[in-house]
Design a protein around this ligand. Structure first.
Ligand code: ZN
Length: 205
């Protein structure tokens, strides 16, 4: 109880502190961020006090996702921007500054100076493979499934995967082509790093 009583974001979510509220239902409120990263930055706050996403039940997570989608559309229409960034910071090292869950929806325009794009980390195939082997069983566990068996992987040794080069082509105005690029092994994309953070935050439960 003490957490809720002391949490300023609970007070905001429950209307005890005045805000520029743009949306409300029985589970969330959406307000204009008073310390925005960009003009029109909206925060979606849960009415229930939770700190990080892994504490939320699936229905609430789904509901927050739906709200983010609708707010994205509304923001694009209202501000005539070109897109939105939608993100959640789970944990201080991810940039979470408040002890209450919030989802950020930020209007985006080209060259708006918002620094959300991390620089690309270059990994060789071995490092990618090591990450993949760590993550896949963890994802299986998160979804309550059996970890995949190693022989399910079909990676002929002579079939070297091409390392994707993320460097932008120096020639201008041309779409990068897919020539010479292969799909990732097994056709699966590694899941977001956030999954691993969430697993850590919840002690792997
Ligand atoms: Zn709270």
């Amino acid at each position: 109880m003490a957490d809720e009583e002391q949490c300023i974001f609970c007070h905001i979510a429950n209307g005890k502190i005045p805000t520029k509220k743009v949306y409300e239902d029985d589970q969330v409120v959406a307000v204009l961020d008073i310390n925005p990263g960009v003009e029109g930055h909206v925060l979606v706050l849960t009415k229930k006090h939770v700190v990080v996403m892994p504490q939320m039940d699936d229905v609430l997570v789904g509901h927050v996702g739906m709200v983010a989608k609708q707010l994205s559309q509304a923001i694009i229409r209202a501000f005539k921007c070109e897109g939105t960034s939608v993100f959640v910071a789970n944990g201080a090292s991810a940039g979470q500054r408040a002890p209450h869950f919030m989802l950020h929806v930020m209007p985006r325009k080209e060259k708006d100076g918002v620094a959300l794009q991390p620089s690309v980390v270059r990994l060789d195939e071995k490092s990618m493979g090591a990450l993949y082997s760590k993550l896949v069983p963890s994802v299986a566990k998160a979804f309550g499934k059996e970890p995949p068996k190693p022989e399910a992987k079909k990676e002929p040794k002579d079939d070297k995967l091409q390392t994707t080069n993320h460097t932008l082509p120096t020639d201008t105005g041309q779409e990068p082509t897919a020539k010479g690029q292969k799909p990732t092994a097994n056709g699966q994309q590694p899941k977001s790093k956030l999954d691993a953070i969430m697993d850590l935050l919840t002690g792997g439960k």
